[in-house]
Write a protein that binds this ligand. Structure first.
Ligand code: FES
Length: 94
């Protein structure tokens, strides 16, 4: 369980929940939780606040805020992460 930061629309952040890093983003007024593991070679993506994208520092893959693929070399988007949000608390679901 972790405290969910307040996110305005089109804002993302990486947080630690239960020992795991996850991406939390608010692409269209609804919170979405994503894996931060790049599907190309498993580097951790970072939130790019000026472009509103998830960017991989290793080989340049980029993903839209909702995790879908924007630019390779990755060939698919970021995996969704199942999480439960209650108030300002977030818990990972198995
Ligand atoms: S590990 Fe992300 S682009 Fe290669």
């Amino acid at each position: 369980m972790a405290k969910l930061p307040k996110l305005s629309e089109h804002q993302g952040v990486v947080i630690e929940v239960d020992g795991a890093s996850i991406g939390v983003v608010n692409p269209q007024g609804k919170i979405k939780t994503l894996s931060t593991v790049c599907p190309h070679a498993a580097c951790d993506v970072e939130w790019n606040d000026s472009e509103k994208t998830w960017d991989c520092p290793c080989h340049g893959s980029r993903f839209k805020a909702d995790g879908s693929l924007l630019q390779g070399p990755a060939v698919r988007g970021l995996d969704p992460v199942k999480a439960e949000i209650e108030g300002d608390q977030i818990t990972l679901k198995k």
